[in-house]
Design a protein around this ligand. Structure first.
Ligand code: NCD
Ligand code: ZN
Length: 344
């Protein structure tokens, strides 16, 4: 039975939602992680510092008593973002970063940025104040195949932004392709990339295994096997540019098992178990701490956590579902299935 003790990890990309779902999902993340970058794609989105401060309060109230957990807030960028408010919010410790959702790329991105040049003044202010840009890296257009959206974003948005704002630091969120891995590698120090458990464990066949599998649908959508292998090599390399970001994205079951189902996989209850499985399979347990607990803080210029967690190779069964009283339930990744590792 192998065990692995590492500094307590952080989750550099998570969706907590709001209201009754928030209360149910926050404890899962807070149990495993010391800090998390909280996504702002609520309804309405978190577009200014006052909204972010209020949201942070609601998250803190959802924590079980005595939990040591720090939510790191992000500003949802729109065509009309107030640069002064963003800069002030960052200076006051409310915002850690700002998030670019290209309009209509994913869940609740309708208020996102319609054309990148509309936010050039905001990006200039972010570069100046050293506020990281977090990107949902998909370009959406009638001429782009859904499986090519990430490459479209790299060519049409990311590379022009990196060239125009040479000191802006960018995290490309939830990498899904070999091309995205390459672009992170090509910009050491300036770029980071988060990688989800599902993109390390599954390729796009999982969406269609024996029938349509709505709980395996997320955005950016799972890709083909060669991309999964590139992501596994990157995550387990220990290289500073790659770090843990679950993209845990809970949706009520009936909204996923629907005619037009929501994108998102709720991985928070099994996040570390899912990641450590990959590192064990790759014979890279000695590099798990870099990916989970060191590379993220280095990029965000925060100290690594001092506490330790121990992962034990001991089988456990994942819950069938998580109830949201009066609203339904949410299915976690690996619902009802066994996992090989447990968090001590
Ligand atoms: C996320 C969500 O549901 O908010 N969904 C997803 O499939 N990942 C949004 C996002 O990160 O794209
Ligand atoms: Zn996300």
């Amino acid at each position: 039975m192998r065990t692995l003790t590492i500094r307590r990890p952080d989750d550099w990309h998570v969706h907590f939602r709001d209201g009754p779902i928030l209360a149910q999902v926050v404890p899962f993340t807070a149990r495993q992680f010391a800090r998390a970058i909280v996504m702002p794609n609520l309804v309405p989105p978190v577009t200014n510092a006052a909204m972010a401060a209020a949201y942070r309060e609601r998250i803190m109230r959802a924590l079980p008593p005595g939990t040591d957990f720090t939510p790191l807030m992000t500003c949802y960028l729109t065509d009309g973002t107030d640069a002064a408010d963003l800069v002030r919010g960052h200076r006051d410790g409310i915002f850690t970063a700002a998030k670019l959702y290209p309009a209509h790329a994913t869940t609740n991105s309708g208020h996102g940025v319609t054309a990148i040049d509309k936010i050039y003044p905001i990006l200039a202010a972010m570069e100046e104040r050293e506020i990281p840009l977090l990107a949902h890296g998909e370009f959406v257009g009638a001429d782009i195949d859904v499986f090519d959206r990430e490459r479209g974003f790299i060519d049409r948005v990311l590379l022009p932004v990196l060239a125009r704002f040479p000191r802006l630091r960018v995290v490309m969120e939830h990498l899904t392709t070999a091309e995205a891995v390459a672009v992170v590698r090509a910009h050491p120090g300036r770029m980071g990339g988060t990688i989800t458990p599902q993109h390390l464990l599954f390729n796009r066949n999982a969406i269609f295994e024996g029938g349509l599998r709505p709980h395996m649908y997320c955005l950016p959508v799972l890709k083909r096997e060669k991309h999964r292998l590139a992501l596994r090599a990157a995550a387990t390399s220990g290289e500073a540019g790659f770090f843990l970001g679950t993209d845990s994205a809970p949706h009520l079951r009936h909204l996923k098992e629907a005619d037009c189902g929501c994108a998102g996989i709720f991985s928070a209850p099994v996040a570390l178990q899912a990641y450590v499985k990959v590192f064990a399979q790759e014979g890279a347990l000695d590099r798990f701490e870099a990916f989970a607990s060191l590379n993220g803080p280095t990029f965000y210029r925060l100290p690594p956590n001092e506490q330790r967690v121990t992962l034990v190779e001991k089988a456990a069964r994942v819950a069938e579902n998580i109830a949201v009283p009066n609203h339904g339930d949410i299915l976690p990744l690996f619902a009802g299935q066994p996992v090989d590792w447990s968090v001590d």
